[in-house]
Design a protein around this ligand. Structure first.
Ligand SMILES: [Zn+2]
Length: 263
């Protein structure tokens, strides 16, 4: 039985998981330490970037294609630090990503190819970061597309039926872990892998002016996220359980005291 209250214990680990991000670096500013931990404990992981971050600069004369090339290389280097099995770039337009059928089909293709138990994505309900900022439109679009692709499209053989006809069988994603949420309810202890997150972030050199200052901010945020579970460092998620594990169902059934069943 899943406890829906806060601070719920988080021993569960997806054998396979996929991170779906709007931009190169989102996965590393987001759930990188959790990903590194799960991979170190035996999970297989894949990263999908919906855009290549071609607007991620401050020079209007910069060639966006050149910037995209740099950022893809940075993201691949960071992904190697975390231990992903691979990275897919969908080459959506930075700053103009839309949760349309084309993006959803791409994501369903990725999900059915890698077949993850869990998808990690930005919480699409985050329009503002509390009272302290506006969430990027691409983060919202990528998050919503990830949710829509994971459920119901990936598990429905009649969604994009040419995919199933060509061998990409329907696949059930069982859980969503939404990061950058205003409503976190799961905190994962990342004390052992926070340094790996920082090493991955360092790979995004085109996006970082002052790595020392960034390190301080990342450590402070991780320490704050650790407070609810008494950990030195944690990452926070909003967890959506779409399908309970069979073992969890069995455990829940065993936990129910004997009672008369009525037809
Ligand atoms: Zn971003």
């Amino acid at each position: 039985m899943i406890d829906d209250g806060p601070h719920r214990d988080h021993g569960w680990r997806p054998p396979r998981f996929m991170v779906i991000a709007g931009h190169p670096d989102d996965a590393d500013f987001g759930p990188a330490a959790t990903c590194a931990r799960w991979i170190a404990e035996g999970s297989e992981a894949w990263l999908v970037c919906c855009t290549s971050g071609d607007q991620g600069g401050e020079d209007p004369d910069l060639d966006p294609l050149e910037l995209a090339t740099v950022r893809e290389a940075e993201q691949r280097a960071a992904a190697d630090v975390i231990g992903y099995a691979g990275v897919t770039f969908l080459h959506g337009p930075d700053g103009a990503l839309a949760n349309d059928l084309a993006l959803r089909e791409h994501l369903v293709r990725e999900i059915r190819s890698f077949r993850p138990d869990a998808v990690l994505a930005t919480d699409p309900e985050t329009i503002f970061h509390g009272a302290h900022g506006v969430n990027h439109t691409d983060h919202r679009a990528a998050g919503m597309a990830a949710v829509d692709a994971a459920y119901p499209a990936a598990r429905n053989p009649m969604a994009f039926p040419w995919l199933a006809r060509n061998g990409l069988a329907a696949h059930r994603v069982r859980r969503l872990y939404l990061f950058w949420s205003n409503h976190p309810d799961v905190w994962i202890d990342v004390t052992a892998t926070l340094d790996r997150k920082l090493e991955a972030l360092r790979a995004h050199a085109s996006q970082i002016d002052d790595f020392e200052a960034l390190t301080g901010r990342v450590r402070t945020r991780a320490a704050e996220a650790g407070t609810p579970i008494g950990a030195t460092a944690a990452e926070a998620f909003r967890l959506i359980v779409i399908d309970e594990d069979e073992s969890e169902d069995e455990a829940a059934a065993e936990a129910v005291p004997e009672r008369a069943t009525s037809a």
